[in-house]
Write a protein that binds this ligand. Structure first.
Ligand SMILES: NC(=O)c1ccc[n+]([C@@H]2O[C@H](COP(=O)([O-])OP(=O)(O)OC[C@H]3O[C@@H](n4cnc5c(N)ncnc54)[C@H](OP(=O)(O)O)[C@@H]3O)[C@@H](O)[C@H]2O)c1
Length: 497
């Protein structure tokens, strides 16, 4: 574990580790919160089982001492296997990426299955992190869904601890990246009245401490706690604070228009976070989310990190290229877009290949490939990639602006703009899967093959499995661009190696 990862661990937690509790299951470990919690539990000596929806080679590498269980909470059979022998389970499953129309139903289905299987398998405890807010007519669907999930779990025969948080600030959190990108890229804000709504943010580090702390205190079983930082701020103040830290002069103008749909659409064009997530989050900003109860602070006392320091920590992690988990880690509408190249029933219908012979070493070539889509973009014809991403964003797709978790290193499942790393063999190959809106499925593969003495063949392969006639037309339409883009891309990779 490098020192940045080491630094994530909450050494000053006032509770004591209790590895004798037995196997602790972490669901949602590929997501933002679960990804931070799992190493913390392992470092405290717990026997951890990680539940993922799809097996992937990087899981064992990421959690070397953990057991990996593959299960989808929508499948009861899967769940029974994953929960066998588990003592305590963290429920950190969330389907927000499915978008507004689908996530509510899916989340209810997933938690209902989980609750009944947990009862059947005799779990001793479930710990759930949800959202703040109280039932009221104006409550957003997102917050309502978080309350509904909590209610289903709290009624379970398995004692459940519910933690409820408002906005979570930390490197890689969607809320932080929205605020950061707005402040960095936009000088004038035409803001509606709901930016005055109050909220009580909490840093990701403190969230992890509370999640671990409640596990280590039996008296928290069957209880509900609100977890927050110490400051109550409006969304406008939150933007202003970051602008001050970044020394950016920002102008705020009042707007009579308050349509969340419109604002989330524009925000999605200006930030890396796609529209479905922004819309879900923004719908909640009309509701005040302030802690009404501070019981947890008596049980697990420690000094929480204030909003400004949370921002500074997140900025520092970005500067050091040390973001550990990011909102983009969780899959988009999972199985539909997550089909792997090797899982196609037959080889992809269309392939185009370009290659170049070079004397550069495999190490340098691979290092150069691994920097694509970062600060230097795609090394050439960046406007074409930008335009393709922009069209995707207009169609409510993910676009290219999701960027990357790290500028210098890649791991399986990382995103690079509208691509996701599907496979990676150091110094040999990098396989990317397209997650933009397409009439088919697409992959892009870089390969390095040693040839004669002291030379290597660097190649790029575009694969496309079209969906009907629009898919075929799409392929033929883009084929001439492939020639320009990929030939130049290979030259630039070699040049930078
Ligand atoms: N992040 C925040 O700022 C924030 C703030 C307040 C509260 N919370 C709460 O914290 C919890 C976790 O949030 P998060 O931000 O970590 O979510 P996230 O990054 O979107 O991750 C969601 C996780 O759920 C998994 N998942 C989705 N559907 C599943 C299914 N059917 N079966 C099994 N796993 C499934 C995903 O796995 P795949 O990788 O396979 O998609 C992913 O690991 C949520 O309850 C959320 O309300 C978060």
């Amino acid at each position: 574990m490098d020192w940045y990862a080491e630094e994530l661990l909450c050494h000053d937690l006032p509770t004591k580790p209790r590895p004798e509790l037995g196997t602790v299951l972490v669901t949602g470990a590929t997501g933002y919160i679960g990804g931070r919690l799992a190493p913390e539990l392992q470092a405290r000596g717990y026997s951890v089982r990680i539940m993922v929806r799809r097996a992937s080679p990087e899981h064992q590498e990421r959690w070397p001492d953990a057991e990996i269980a593959v299960a989808d909470s929508l499948n009861v059979g899967d769940l029974k296997k994953a929960l066998e022998g588990v003592s305590v389970a963290y429920y950190l499953i969330h389907s927000m990426l499915l978008g507004k129309k689908e996530f509510e139903y899916t989340d209810i289905q997933a938690v209902t299955n989980f609750r009944f299987v947990a009862e059947e398998m005799g779990l001793k405890r479930i710990i759930y992190l949800g959202g703040l807010g109280r039932y009221q007519p104006a409550l957003s669907n997102h917050l309502k869904s978080r309350l509904n999930v909590a209610e289903i779990l709290i009624r379970s025969k398995v004692p459940c601890t519910v933690l409820r948080a408002a906005i979570i600030i930390g490197s890689g959190s969607a809320s932080y990246e929205i605020i950061h990108n707005l402040v960095r890229n936009w000088p004038v804000y035409v803001i509606p009245s709901w930016t005055d709504t109050l909220c009580q943010p909490i840093s990701i580090r403190d969230v992890v401490k509370y999640l671990v702390g409640v596990l280590e205190l039996d008296e928290t079983a069957g209880k509900l706690y609100e977890i927050c930082g110490d400051e109550v701020l409006s969304y406008r103040e939150m933007i202003r604070t970051l602008a001050r830290i970044l020394r950016k002069r920002r102008l705020f103008l009042r707007s009579p228009v308050s349509s969340i749909k419109l604002y989330s659409y524009f925000a999605s064009l200006l930030t890396p976070v796609p529209a479905p997530i922004i819309q879900c989050l923004m719908e909640s900003v009309k509701t005040e989310v302030i802690c009404g109860d501070s019981e947890i602070k008596k049980l697990i006392p420690f000094k929480t990190i204030n909003y400004k320091v949370s921002l500074l920590r997140a900025l520092s992690r970005e500067d050091h290229d040390a973001i550990y988990t990011r909102w983009s880690d969780a899959y988009p509408p999972a199985n539909e877009l997550a089909m792997k190249l090797a899982e196609l029933e037959e080889p992809p219908r269309f392939t185009s290949t370009y290659s170049i012979l070079t004397e550069k070493s495999t190490r340098n070539l691979f290092g150069s490939i691994c920097r694509i889509g970062g600060k230097e973009g795609w090394f050439q014809n960046n406007w074409m990639w930008w335009l393709r991403g922009f069209i995707d964003r207009m169609l409510m797709g993910v676009g290219t602006s999701r960027g990357r978790r790290s500028e210098s290193n890649l791991r399986i499942n990382d995103v690079i703009g509208f691509w996701r790393v599907e496979d990676l063999i150091p110094e040999r190959k990098l396989l990317l899967r397209a997650e933009m809106i397409l009439p088919g499925k697409a992959w892009l593969e870089f390969r390095i093959l040693p040839e004669e003495a002291d030379s290597n063949r660097l190649s790029v392969h575009a694969y496309f499995q079209p969906r009907g006639l629009p898919g075929r037309l799409y392929w033929y339409n883009f084929l001439p661009f492939h020639f320009i883009i990929f030939k130049n891309l290979l030259k630039q990779i070699v040049k930078r190696s």
